[in-house]
Design a protein around this ligand. Structure first.
Ligand SMILES: NC(=O)c1ccc[n+]([C@@H]2O[C@H](COP(=O)([O-])OP(=O)(O)OC[C@H]3O[C@@H](n4cnc5c(N)ncnc54)[C@H](OP(=O)(O)O)[C@@H]3O)[C@@H](O)[C@H]2O)c1
Length: 269
């Protein structure tokens, strides 16, 4: 019986958008492997989801910014179930501030988590899906990947990479019954901004993680590759195409710039 249920692996499932994917997919009867570093939160979520859920829910603590993380994730998934129907590459974090002052270790963690681990995980999980002609991979990027954003420079660049990667891969495997989706939320009401140490100056029209997940899972049925959320997503898409990049960067930089960010290396008078 258990083997008949679809199985999904969700990274960054301890809170925010990842936890919401877990809630939605548990309600749809999926077996779940929930992965993040905070085991206590994962176990609390499993307890919450187990009420009324017939399927299996496993939790694993893993730091996905470590070099071998994708292989470990793949082995963990296969220690529970042979077939993975859906992989959700969601784990991520933000950093705000002057690039020149960012701790190098934090930048390395972000590049590893947002790019290497996701590309490697996709490479590991995809072939079996293609062989079965069934499955899907959702990667959570961001509208921040639509253009360069000063003071979130490396974050926006990694998300732009994920969008380009997912679109190219989707095209490569079109007609092969496996869906590649890159989900691009706008400002979403989660712990993300607090964890990144950012106090946004103006937050208008924040989206809920429920709305992000509903839109993403609905779009999976229509096999759409690039998914944005609601009218905010449509506005971001339109703006990124119609407004010159210099203007966009100036506006985004003003919005994101931390108060402590003062010009450095100024010539002395
Ligand atoms: N919130 C927004 O406004 C927004 C907008 C666009 C895109 N996004 C993207 O949405 C995704 C989810 O973010 P969120 O808003 O849900 O933020 P969140 O509430 O801070 O959740 C982030 C999740 O990622 C996990 N994570 C972070 N670093 C990890 C690591 N090294 N190893 C394993 N797991 C790690 C965290 O778990 P642990 O701390 O337990 O490891 C947590 O479960 C991210 O990729 C983010 O870039 C967010």
């Amino acid at each position: 019986m258990s083997q008949a249920r679809p199985f999904t692996v969700i990274t960054g499932a301890s809170r925010g958008i990842g936890a919401e994917y877990a809630r939605a997919l548990a309600a749809q009867g999926y077996d779940l492997l929930l992965v993040a570093r905070d085991h206590t939160r994962l176990d609390m979520l499993r307890e919450e989801l187990q009420h009324g859920h017939q399927g299996e829910i496993w939790t694993e603590s893993l730091d996905l910014s470590q070099p071998q993380a994708a292989s470990t994730l793949y082995e963990m998934a296969h220690s529970h179930r042979e077939e993975v129907s859906l992989l959700i590459n969601n784990a991520g974090f933000g950093m705000y501030g002057d690039f020149a002052d960012m701790p190098l270790a934090n930048i390395q963690s972000m590049l590893q988590l947002h790019m290497n681990t996701i590309v490697e995980s996709t490479r590991l999980f995809l072939p079996a899906m293609l062989a079965r002609q069934h499955g899907a991979i959702i990667t959570v990027a961001s509208v921040a990947g639509f253009f360069s954003i000063p003071y979130m420079t490396e974050y926006a660049a990694t998300k732009a990479f994920l969008i380009a990667f997912s679109k190219g891969l989707a095209r490569e495997i079109q007609n092969q019954c496996v869906t590649i989706q890159v989900c691009c939320p706008g400002f979403t009401d989660t712990d993300f901004h607090q964890t990144a140490g950012h106090k946004p100056k103006h937050v208008l029209f924040a989206q809920s993680s429920q709305k992000v997940v509903q839109t993403s899972l609905r779009a999976l049925q229509s096999k759409r590759t690039l998914v944005t959320i609601g009218w905010q997503g449509r506005l971001a898409t339109w703006t990124s195409k119609m407004v010159p990049q210099t203007i966009l960067m100036a506006l985004a930089g003003k919005f994101v710039k931390p108060p402590s960010s003062i010009p450095k290396h100024q010539p002395s008078h």
